[in-house]
Design a binder for this molecule. Structure first.
Ligand code: GLV
Ligand code: MN
Ligand code: MN
Length: 412
């Protein structure tokens, strides 16, 4: 068993084939959740899984589970996967790698004629990115019972289309109830999306935890007025106030350095007219830190800074807590299974905390969970130029294979 390897060329070919769906000019992917392109990606994944002999289930939030039977199908499945949706200017590997690495494990088990004791499943989670519909990790969140199904189906995109309607439209409002069952273990392979592994020349990141996140929605209200006759001292400019708040968010990130991250990634200005002083601004904040108490300090700093800025600019500000998850440690036995597989295969490695959110965070609430990271070029992700080498992607999938073999028990 020790020398078993996946087929790295096949994995690479599949990644490149999938990346054609939603391919962008700069070599990336735009495959937003529940669009026609997402449907095409899902259809292709299901076709490949059926070709590999899997049975398919789709749950009511559109998560797709492809199951390879074990010797004892009464045992809880060992599940692996990630997501097929992307950012608007996303790359070829964020999410797609974890799904196709899982499929490659199944194809490898088929080639080698290995039947595991427990069944093995590959899952493609719905709307992980949180870009078209917010927040992130909605499919795994519903599966893990963090979000009520109705609440998730009612989430709207910027054009007021709901997840529920879009799921029906693309034919992925499934009927299979899988949530609540026992899962033996969950593993997710992913590119690191940061610079650490590459800088330290390590092939594998043994992910011990994911940092916590707090997302906010901020509404600033001033007064619309004419850009010409309104003297500067009389203005209640919502955009000027919001810009100072954006700067405050950035300063909070620096203040809690080196581990804090603070981002404003979305803003709407109203009425968005060149010669009207903006009366309303809506923007989002994304705070991250591996220590919960520091996230709380960042939260307090945000409130304090926005209050002072709003008063000085004579505007109102409302800060809504939109989403939160605590820093999440992964299960020791899964982390050890990943570390042991890495060592056994002879790959260089280090322990690492995930900076990104992943479906593994919600799966950790309902199953022993672990993650495997591989380096990505210049640590860049959520960008069309996102890149990773076939060798590193192969190594990560080999680690996944061995972690799954250990948990699904190939040797009775
Ligand atoms: C998911 O991509 C995240 O925001 O971490
Ligand atoms: Mn991802
Ligand atoms: Mn992402």
């Amino acid at each position: 068993m020790q020398n078993l390897k996946i087929d790295g060329d096949r994995l690479w070919q599949s990644l490149m084939e999938l990346a054609k769906i939603g391919a962008t000019e700069k070599g990336g992917v735009c495959r937003l959740a529940l669009t026609d392109l997402d449907r095409q990606g899902r259809d292709l994944f299901i076709r490949w899984c059926k070709d590999a002999g899997c049975t398919i289930s789709v749950d009511p939030i559109g998560n797709i589970f492809a199951r390879r039977a074990g010797k004892d199908n009464s045992q809880p499945p060992i599940v692996t996967g990630s997501h097929l949706d992307s950012q608007p200017t996303g790359g070829k590997f964020d999410g797609a790698y974890g799904v196709l690495a899982g499929l490659e494990v199944i194809r490898t088990l088929n080639d080698l004629g290995i039947t595991t004791q427990a069944p093995v499943e590959v899952v493609a989670w719905t709307n992980e990115e949180g870009s078209r519909f917010s927040p992130a990790m909605v499919g795994s969140g519903v599966y893990a019972g963090v979000f009520a199904l109705d609440e998730a189906l009612a989430k709207k995109d910027i054009d007021n289309k709901t997840m529920g309607d879009e799921l029906k439209r693309i034919g992925y409002a499934g009927k299979d109830q899988l949530s609540g069952r026992e899962v033996g273990a969950y593993f997710e392979a992913h590119i690191e999306q940061g610079p650490i592994l590459e800088a330290e020349k390590k092939t594998i990141g043994v992910v011990t935890a994911a940092q916590g996140q707090r997302w906010y929605e901020i509404f600033v209200t001033g007064q619309e007025a004419h850009a010409g006759p309104t003297p500067m001292p009389r203005r209640r400019d919502a955009l000027v106030a919001a810009s100072r708040m954006v700067d405050a968010v950035n300063r909070i990130g620096h203040k809690f350095a080196p581990l804090a991250c603070a981002t404003v990634g979305f803003m709407q200005v109203s009425p968005n007219s060149r010669n009207t002083i903006p009366g309303k601004v809506f923007f989002t904040v994304d705070f991250r830190h591996p220590i919960d108490a520091t996230l709380t300090q960042m939260h307090e700093a945000l409130h304090a800074e926005c209050k002072v800025i709003a008063e000085a600019a004579k505007v109102e500000v409302e800060i809504k807590d939109f989403w939160y998850f605590a820093p999440t440690p992964f299960a020791d036995d899964c982390v050890n299974a990943v570390r042991q597989a890495t060592t056994q295969l002879g790959y260089s490695h280090r322990d690492i905390v995930s900076g990104a959110g992943h479906d593994a965070v919600y799966m950790a609430k309902v199953a022993p969970t672990g993650m495997i990271f591989v380096p990505c070029r210049d640590g860049i992700s959520h960008n069309e130029i996102e890149d990773a080498t076939p060798e590193d992607l192969t190594a990560g999938a080999n680690v996944l294979l061995h972690a799954i073999l250990e948990r699904a028990k190939a040797n009775p």
